[in-house]
Design a protein. Structure first.
Length: 317
């Protein structure tokens, strides 16, 4: 593993020993976490650079939140953050909304010295993409029904779910960031569960705690609508459940997972089968519980035994 990565975690106040144990035998998870860490670091580094940024990712992964974070950490934070939903505004009035007219100000003017966030820029027609590219290159625009150009002075942040082409692509892709789906961002998901639970409980004056199996069930769900879906499920569960400690069985039925534990005994000796079972149980416990002490308590064995067995199966991989 990258020692520099763990040095950075240590500098940030992260328990490195815990991080190493978490990633032991899970190189794919480590790589995803490393990519996320470097992605967050890139976002922090480019916030103060007045350059265009394009954020790629599926629907609901948090592109707008990241765009707002970049703006709030930039030199333009004291000025407007204007969100332009390129998919919602009809093409017939898009130029009018963006550039304004002789009678009303457009979004480009309102965003002066601030940031314009072009949400779903890949949804724009080639014609409108070309118009935007011209403004970026010329650094000015002309409101409809007028002849006097206005200087364009706003930072551009765009988001897209798919690649787009043409001049606009090259002008906006000075810096690109990619957000993974929520089910691959385990650190984010844990934070979201904790924060949303606290928020909902405070709003409805409830007292709820999250159990390990509740967290485990959410972590293993493929969130088709990403953040929006996860937040809705958490809130719905808290509101409908009468239990103080939320478990996986409190989730809506469509989100409750059924266990499929089966073994293939074909051409396997009993020791091999038992080893397979032990390894599977340990792996599932490692995903479900956050420390080796919790794993040991759940499995009814000592904590040193857990550490020794995890090391054994790690070395066999």
């Amino acid at each position: 593993m990258d020692t520099l990565f763990f040095d950075k975690l240590k500098d940030a106040g992260v328990d490195v020993d815990t991080a190493i144990k978490r990633f032991m035998g899970k190189e794919d998870l480590y790589l995803k976490f490393l990519a996320k860490y470097q992605n967050d670091e890139s976002a922090a580094n480019i916030a103060h650079l007045d350059v265009p940024v394009t954020i790629y990712g599926e629907y609901g992964v948090g592109k707008t939140t990241l765009a707002k974070t970049i703006h709030s950490n930039s030199s333009r934070k004291d000025h407007a953050f204007i969100e332009v939903d390129c998919e919602v505004i009809p093409e017939a009035i898009f130029e009018q909304e963006l550039f304004g007219t002789n009678q009303r100000l457009g979004l480009c003017t309102l965003a002066n010295e601030g940031t314009i966030y072009l949400k779903k820029v890949d949804a724009l027609s080639p014609y409108l993409q070309s118009k935007l590219a011209t403004i970026i290159k010329d650094k000015q625009f002309t409101p409809l029904y007028t002849e006097q150009p206005i200087q364009f002075n706003a930072r551009l942040i765009a988001s897209a779910e798919t690649e787009f082409t043409g001049d606009l692509h090259y002008l906006l892709n000075i810096v690109t960031l990619e957000l993974e789906p929520l089910h691959l961002r385990l650190e984010d998901l844990q934070t979201i569960i904790e924060q949303k639970t606290a928020q909902v409980c405070q709003h409805y004056h409830l007292e709820r705690e999250v159990s390990n199996d509740f967290y485990h069930a959410l972590k293993n769900t493929i969130w088709k609508s990403n953040l929006h879906e996860a937040l809705q499920v958490i809130e719905k569960t808290i509101v409908h459940s009468k239990n103080h400690l939320l478990s996986a069985t409190d989730l809506p039925l469509e989100y409750q997972q059924t266990e499929d534990f089966s073994l293939d005994f074909t051409d396997k000796t009993l020791p091999a089968v038992l080893e397979h079972v032990e390894k599977t149980v340990l792996q599932e416990a490692q995903e479900k519980y956050r420390t080796t002490t919790e794993i040991a308590k759940h499995l009814g064995i000592s904590q040193p035994s857990v550490v020794r067995k995890l090391k054994k199966y790690h070395e066999l991989n």
